[in-house]
Design a protein around this ligand. Structure first.
Ligand SMILES: *[C@@H]1O[C@H](CO)[C@@H](O)[C@H](O)[C@H]1NC(C)=O
Length: 369
């Protein structure tokens, strides 16, 4: 598998990673016999609508750009983002959307091709905007709610919706120069306020929150690539700031992750049967970047700026996101950015649902057919 992956590439020569021929036991791929009323009894095939809030990693800046095409980083390859990107099929590119399409070919909302958030025909429900930080999440949440309500092809009351959130890179890149305002508490409160909007406005919704990534990892790629270092000066000040140690960055990322964990554990978003927030912590504890067999950084993971993810990086991250969604709370695995050829998980027969805090404790209560 590993060999296949490294050789696989798209027509325009950008490395990618797919899961050709992947499927699960037919029973596990079916929709529930009747539309679930509980968010803890959601089979993957029950998801009809997907959307996302986020920054340039959700807009997928540069994901489809060739290695030396630095200007390509300005292009938003929304269709390739690891969460709601719907370009190609799972055979060629791994994203949460491409996996969900296998379960429900009528899935709606995923983004395709390139373009900004306000181009409905391509962005659909991917509301992520390059440069966004946690303080922009409420605005994006309101924008997403408006899109869900305004589009007649969506039955936003009755259809099950999955909203993915990944935010914080830009908070972290400016954190060292705004120590008073860019606190982890502030970060949590910003996400909380956005999820409150979703909770108030959207029935039948599961919010999937990808936990913060440690940006000190980027320094491992920069070490051998002076060009990257230079670009990061403008993209991510605190990453290249010599006064900021790796440890400081790692600790701050950990704090952000803890605060996200608090949001889930508080139970604030577990008060209705048809809404929950679930954290996918696969970035927590990642200690290395993607490497080639000889140990050097595998730059296919990155876009040409060595900061954003390339198509291949989005696929690796997409696989880890999906696998976390299939794993019960408390037993979710940490990502390895170097692809180990590990499989894409299927729902478990004993609990064939997207795992939530509640069905991770006692799945039998939520069993349906
Ligand atoms: C990640 O996977 C690679 C390839 O199998 C392995 O060499 C490396 O030790 C793994 N890294 C971690 C942190 O487990």
């Amino acid at each position: 598998v590993v060999l296949l992956c490294t050789l696989a590439s798209t027509a325009f020569g950008v490395a990618d990673l797919g899961m050709p021929g992947w499927s699960c036991d037919a029973d596990l791929m079916k929709r529930s016999k009747s539309v679930p009323t509980s968010v803890h009894s959601l089979r993957p095939a029950d998801i009809d609508i997907i959307g996302a809030l986020g920054d340039s990693l959700t807009a997928a800046n540069g994901a489809g750009a060739e290695h030396n095409d630095i200007l390509g980083v300005a292009i938003q390859y929304r269709g390739l983002t690891f969460s709601v990107g719907g370009d190609k099929t799972l055979d060629e590119h791994i994203s949460m959307a491409n996996v969900l399409k296998k379960f429900n070919p009528n899935l709606f909302g995923y983004s395709i091709r390139t373009g900004s958030a306000n181009v409905w025909e391509t962005a659909h429900l991917n509301a992520g905007i390059p440069g966004a930080h946690s303080g922009d999440m409420v605005g994006q949440a309101n924008d997403l709610v408006r899109r869900l309500r305004d589009h007649p092809e969506i039955d936003y009351i009755n259809q099950w919706k999955l909203i993915h959130i990944f935010i914080g890179g830009n908070d972290m890149c400016g954190w060292c120069t705004h120590l008073d305002s860019a606190t982890a508490d502030h970060y949590r409160d910003n996400i909380r306020a956005a999820v409150q909007v979703l909770q108030k406005e959207l029935p039948r919704t599961i919010v999937v929150l990808t936990g913060m990534v440690d940006i000190s990892l980027l320094r491992k790629a920069d070490a051998d690539h002076k060009f990257c270092q230079a670009i990061h000066k403008s993209e991510c000040g605190c990453e290249v700031n010599p006064d900021v140690t790796d440890e400081m960055l790692t600790n701050e990322a950990k704090l952000y992750m803890q605060k996200e964990q608090e949001l889930q554990d508080s139970g604030e978003f577990d008060t209705a049967d048809d809404f929950t927030l679930i954290l996918q912590p696969f970035f927590e504890g990642v200690t290395d970047i993607c490497r080639l067999p000889d140990g050097s950084p595998n730059m296919d993971f990155f876009a040409p700026d060595c900061f954003h993810f390339g198509a291949y990086g989005h696929s690796i991250v997409g696989k880890n996101l999906w696998n976390n969604m299939m794993q019960p709370v408390g037993s979710k695995t940490v990502a390895n950015f170097t692809d180990t050829g590990n499989p894409l998980l299927c729902p478990e027969a004993s609990c064939p649902f997207i795992r939530t805090t509640k069905n991770s404790v006692d799945c039998a209560t939520y069993m349906t057919n």
